[in-house]
Write a protein that binds this ligand. Sequence first.
Ligand code: NAP
Ligand code: GDD
Length: 344
Amino acid sequence: MKKTALIFGITGQDGAYLSKFLLQKNYEVHGVKRRSSSHNTYRLDDIYNDQLVKKSNFFLHYGDITDSISIFNLIKKTKPHEVYNLAAQSHVAVSFEIPEYTTNADALGTLRILEAIIKIDKNIKFYQAGSSEMFGKVMETPQTEKTPFYPRSPYGAAKLYSHWITVNYREAYNIFACNGILFNHESPLRGDTFVTKKVVKALCRIKFNKQKKLFVGNLYAKRDWGHAEDYVRAMWKMLQHNKPDDFVICTGKQYTIKQFINMVAKQLKIRINWKGKGIKEKAFDEKNNCIVECNNKYLRPTEVDTLKGDFSKARKQLKWKPNHDINSLINDMISYELNTFNND
Ligand code: NAP
Ligand code: GDD
């Protein structure tokens, strides 16, 4: 029997990769997009242009996770077997600027979906997009499903509520609800203001004289970066597992922002030389032009200094492992940027 999935947050990075993945598995895919005054479905253009994807299986609906009525109506109307909650105000720094909205969407949004599921059909399987940000000021390294949480931002705290309310509804109502605890994952479709995309885009533009300088914040935070393509496969595998559970999804490797910049520069054959310390640290190219500078405005009131996960449970129980490493991720992101230039 053909399965139906409903994706909240379909217009985001993961929504686009997950849609493509499920369509290739012959799912009927319904997605929820927000009303916007400008075009917000560009990440889905690829699906419309892909000859291999059956467009008759793909539907978009207006809705919002801060609006219980639209959530309830859409679950009732689309009758999904699986619901993926990827919708969120997902920028950690922005969550300090709009904490109340972030909490409404990222915490209460999950509760609204869970409540609709138990009222409409308890057989619907549910995936919650949890985050390594919940580990925050890490209590141990590497982080596993058993590591205690210590969020460091309104975003992290809201995701922590979503984590526990998903566990609670699973236990209280016996529904198939899973938390993915996903570490940072990136791709060519990553939003422009996340550090990897910002660095790749800027260094490509600097290489081809379209931009002079890149401004960043903390160069020494460490992240465990994977590829979104691998991580959406893990989301689906969780919902096909023989029991609902929570899983850490990561690569087990970590790099600083500075190392990431160096790796991107290396692939682009830009030779850079770092000078100075702290907020005054700068990178210069071979002609001694300053191409990377730090700016206080990108620092956060509280930072997550280090994240590095252990995906042993997912490897054992879901038979999941990442196919991309950091270099293939960077290569994919650079190729996309350079192609975009050529099509400009
Ligand atoms: P993203 O690119 O920022 O996408 C977020 C999606 O949520 C977009 O479709 C956005 O719509 C939608 N959205 C935001 N507020 C909404 C609302 N009020 N109602 C309905 N939809 C709303 O994020 P992503 O990188 O794909 O991440 C997907 C999910 O995984 C998020 O929940 C994120 O917090 C979580 N996560 C991400 C990572 C990561 O490294 N990428 C790691 C762990 C967890 P618009 O397009 O209209 O803005
Ligand atoms: N965005 C950004 N911009 N971050 C910068 C910059 C900059 O100019 N300079 C340094 N950083 C540092 C941040 O301080 C942070 O330590 C690190 O780069 C990563 O920042 P982001 O790329 O914004 O990602 P994040 O780790 O805060 O959050 C992402 O990953 C989480 C999973 O751990 C988001 O995708 C979250 O939604 C996700 O849950």
